[in-house]
Write a protein that binds this ligand. Structure first.
Ligand code: AMP
Ligand code: ZN
Length: 476
């Protein structure tokens, strides 16, 4: 039984979706005005573990993610410039050009990190009609009002607006902050824009017709509308980084429940931040680390995933190069140990399999304790059972962890064998391999094939690997 911490109740709860066996899961997607930083990617890695573990546990999951390509202003209380417009200006491109570029870059990073692509990915600019429909109903039912040309949600209409904070607004960064000009058009300081028509920003690139004039949607409405469109009126679980709690998720709940007339989402899953030693990593500060930078410094993406899984998603995680270096050391050692396991076709030991698997599921059932799940991987290596069972367990766990355990162990074995052959292999075969490589380099493929065939006749098989060619001699 899976227990998850629910930010809404502030308690660990048994996870039971509304429809048995089926889970509707919504994830706030990236704002595509820049590359995702490794902090953003921490959130997506941990959400991926949740997504995969639900599937591993037998649920039929439908996961939906938006892509924020309009309406997310630099200030969370409807102040500042649209982040997309800012990004487009920075790069002298159109908003749609940078949206496409950074959306592709985001999914390329996800792929490298073994993050599964959600079943539905919906850019905010594609759902304008859905926002208009919701906003109209909110105005008709008195939850929203037009003022100063914009449409706002009236937070005073709710008894329970600060849902995540038990109505304690003091510890939230709310509405009007120091140095920020108050929006005169708002009736209450926490009211938020659903639709901008009279924008302060004349250069807003994308605008649409609406009953309230030419304009564009506020940021929060997109997630409510996209979730309801694809997952229906009842949502099982909603995910995001901890900074989304207020105002974004608070506002999503306000408008969704006002629109639907009933409770909307049952569980809220929030990932704490990745910080640097000097504070939160943030895109808007301009100084942040990307996955490409990690790769340039020689770290494989999977090492970053391993680094993230080493700590619990509800604890903030401090990034340092030393910590990443340590993670790489541990990962390499783990892979080297797995590389020593060999499959000689023995039968799986079911009792040992079940016992080890239980440790793994107990760890993840306990509010997704990934570091304990990694400990379960080490326990497998120490277990008193055959290598076949160990390999089967590692493949099973890796359906959730996605650390390429047996795949990288096989690559490691290849590389070790290649190094061994280079040092003490049969000189005559090594010389033939070198001649073949030279022939290939000169594009003399007929000669290369001839050398391969000649060796094959003597029972010597060549395997080309990314690091060079290895041979095996068949025992006759
Ligand atoms: P954004 O692209 O700014 O909309 O953010 C994408 C996701 O990353 C959101 O779920 C944020 O809550 C999350 N996020 C932002 N900064 C961090 C950070 N430093 N650590 C972890 N997650 C973050
Ligand atoms: Zn969202």
């Amino acid at each position: 039984m899976l227990y998850l911490y629910n930010s809404l109740s502030r308690e660990r709860e048994e996870f039971t979706p509304r429809n048995p066996g089926k889970v509707g899961m919504y994830t706030c997607g990236p704002t595509v005005y820049h590359f995702a930083h490794i902090g953003n990617l921490r959130t997506y890695i941990m959400e991926d573990i949740l997504d995969r573990y639900l599937r591993y546990s037998g649920y039929d999951v439908k996961r939906v993610m938006n892509i924020t390509d309009v309406g997310h202003l630099t200030g969370d209380s409807d102040d500042g410039e649209d982040k997309m417009v800012e990004g487009a200006k920075r790069e002298h491109k159109t908003v749609l050009e940078i949206a496409k570029f950074y959306t592709d870059a985001f999914f390329a990073d996800c792929k490298k990190l073994n993050i599964r692509r959600p079943d539905v990915v919906e850019p905010a600019t594609r759902c304008i009609g859905d926002y208009i429909k919701i906003i109209k109903k909110l105005i008709d039912s008195g939850y929203a009002y037009v003022s100063g040309g914009n449409v706002y949600f009236d937070t005073s209409k709710l008894d329970n607006y600060y849902v995540f904070n038990r109505q304690n607004e003091e510890d939230l960064v709310v509405g009007v902050r120091e140095g920020v000009e108050a929006d005169e058009a708002k009736k209450n300081k926490c009211d938020f824009a659903l639709w901008f028509t009279k924008s302060k920003f004349e250069d807003q690139e994308l605008k649409w017709n609406s009953p309230w004039g030419l304009g564009y949607p506020g940021w929060h409405i997109e997630c409510s509308a996209i979730s309801i469109k694809h997952l229906g009126e009842y949502l099982d679980i909603h995910c995001g980084g901890i900074d989304n709690v207020f105002p974004h998720h608070t506002n999503e709940i306000a408008q969704s429940e006002a629109y639907l007339g009933h409770p909307w989402c049952r569980y809220w899953f929030h990932v704490l931040h990745l910080n640097t030693q000097s504070g939160k990593m943030s895109k808007s500060k301009g100084e942040f680390l990307t996955l490409s930078l990690l790769e340039e410094k020689g770290f494989a993406p999977v090492v970053y995933r391993f680094f993230c899984l080493g700590s619990h998603y509800r604890k903030s995680l401090v990034f340092s190069w030393d910590a990443l270096e340590n993670a790489r050391g541990s990962y390499d050692k783990l892979i080297a140990r797995i590389a020593q396991l060999s499959d000689s076709g023995k039968e799986i030991d079911d009792a040992a399999f079940d016992e080890q698997k239980r440790r793994f599921t107990d760890a993840l059932d306990s509010d997704l304790n990934t570091s304990l799940a990694i400990t379960a991987v080490y326990d497998v290596l120490k277990a008193d059972t055959n290598d076949e069972t160990k390999l089967a367990l590692l493949d099973d766990f890796d359906r959730v962890l996605c650390l390429d355990l047996t795949k990288n162990a096989a690559a490691r074995r290849e590389a070790d064998e290649l190094a061994r052959q280079a040092e003490s292999g049969d000189p005559e075969i090594l010389e033939a391999i070198a001649r073949r490589a030279e022939a290939k380099k000169n594009r003399d493929f007929a000669e290369a094939d001839r050398i391969r065939d000649e060796l094959a006749l003597r029972g010597i098989t060549l395997t080309d690997t990314p690091n060079g060619t290895r041979y095996t001699v068949s025992k006759t």
